[in-house]
Design a binder for this molecule. Structure first.
Ligand code: GLU
Length: 421
């Protein structure tokens, strides 16, 4: 794993350049989209449980708001960098455009390890970050959401802090300042599992097209957080068997298959898959070489390079994470006949249901789980079909097709609106 050297933002710019050629993007539009519109960097002090004051570095990168308010998650991880956040923010622009959501793209993060902090410290860090961002976020301006290392509880703290500071005049109208909130605090049913559910919609569409039967098939999942765990439990309902898993703590196999529900409970209690009773510990190399039908990378970027791609023995890679395949890794997979459903499509279920939450907040409505699920299914299947058709028509891979469709939609708006002044 050459994570240190992985230049994520450069990779995303290269995908942009490649897709730009496919859709004959106006060079001026390409130039504008090659960098974020705004880069906010804040340093803020937080009192630790010991009384010690620590300084934290936080980012909010706002890539584009040509299609609507900036939108995207907030990541808590010790490796958060400016460039990676720029890459992730750009990807949100493509994702929202691809899904036809009235949003632009953004991403934020704080460079720290959330596992090393108490709940009290996490709350104070989250609230001070929200305070430091001030009016750089807002329900019609920039709407954060969960990402790696953050969850619905943290979104509730962001909402509460925003409502009590910047947005105190019109409290209720500010509920939509974040999505991915707990349901009782204005979240929506179906948001928690939405990203994993979207990954599975893509997988079942691929299976339908490839005439592949999920019943009796095998899958492996890297990363057992919100995305990986939900994708795993939903896939198991189709009669597929989870034979290997891994996360920051290491990798496990179970040739007879894990119970993903029990594993999810274990991770909730213990914080990782480590020590799960029916799992046998395996190396990272063994994990990637596990023979299976479907591989779901749902951890971090840059995980599948050429070495992993050469070792992998699967038919399909469905990118639950953002950027899990390097361009070289993806090339090897495609050359070996392994299909790749790209991140901006595969994991777009999360932001899609975030949009449903935001609409419900605006209208003071609460939709049933069935309504949310049905809307998400329609949206995912429509986009999947559009990407596959575009790829066939233009003879490009699915990633470039997804980028191409997004860029085409962005370019149309630039054409109509032109540049101010
Ligand atoms: N962080 C998620 C993503 O990468 C969700 C973003 C959102 O819901 O706004 O797509």
């Amino acid at each position: 794993m050459s994570n240190e050297k992985y230049e994520f933002f450069k990779v995303i710019q290269e995908y942009l350049a490649k897709a730009a050629r496919v859709v004959s993007l106006d060079p001026a539009v390409e130039t504008m989209l090659s960098q974020p519109k705004t880069e906010v960097i804040v340093h803020f002090p937080v009192k630790m449980d010991t009384g010690e004051i620590k300084l934290f570095k936080g980012y909010r990168i706002q890539h584009s708001n040509i299609l609507g308010p900036f939108k995207g998650g907030i990541r808590y991880h010790e490796n958060v960098t400016l460039d990676d956040t720029k890459a992730l923010a750009s990807m949100m622009t493509w994702k929202c455009a691809l899904m036809r959501l009235p949003y632009g793209g953004a991403k934020g993060g704080i460079k720290f390890n959330p596992r090393a902090h108490s709940t009290g410290e996490l709350q104070r860090i989250t609230r001070r970050f929200t305070h430091a961002l001030g009016s750089n976020i807002g329900p019609d301006y920039d709407i954060p959401a969960p990402d790696v290392g953050t969850n619905s509880q943290m979104m509730a703290w962001i909402m509460d802090t925003y409502m009590n500071t910047v947005g105190h005049v019109n409290k209720q109208a500010n509920r939509g300042v974040v999505t991915g909130k707990p349901v009782a605090s204005g979240g929506t049913l179906g948001r928690e599992k939405a990203t994993g559910q979207g990954v599975v919609h893509c997988i079942t569409e691929w299976c339908r097209e490839s005439r592949f039967n999920l019943e009796g098939s095998t899958y492996v999942v890297q990363g057992f957080g919100n995305v990986g765990a939900h994708a795993a439990t939903i896939l198991s309902r189709f009669g597929a068997s989870l034979t290997a898993v891994g996360d920051h703590s290491g990798y496990l196999k179970s040739p007879e298959g894990f119970n993903p529900h029990k594993l999810m409970e274990w991770v909730k209690q213990k914080g990782s898959v480590a020590g799960y009773p029916s799992g046998q510990a395996i190396s990272r190399e063994e994990f990637f070489a596990t023979k299976c039908d479907i591989f779901v990378p749902a951890a971090l970027e840059g995980q599948i390079g050429p070495a992993e791609a050469r070792a992998m023995e699967c038919r399909l890679v469905a990118e639950g994470a953002n950027g899990p395949c390097t361009p070289e890794g993806e090339r090897v997979l495609l050359d070996r006949g392994i299909a790749v459903i790209p991140d901006v499509l595969a994991n777009a279920g999360g932001v899609t249901v975030s949009y449903y939450e935001w609409v419900q907040n605006k209208r003071s409505e609460s939709w049933t789980l069935e309504e949310v699920d049905a809307k998400l299914e329609t949206a995912m299947k429509r986009s999947y079909g559009e990407v596959v058709n575009f790829a066939r028509e233009r003879d490009v891979d699915l990633r470039i097709a997804a980028y191409g469709l997004a860029l085409d939609r962005l370019q149309n708006v630039y054409r109509e609106r032109d540049i101010f002044p």
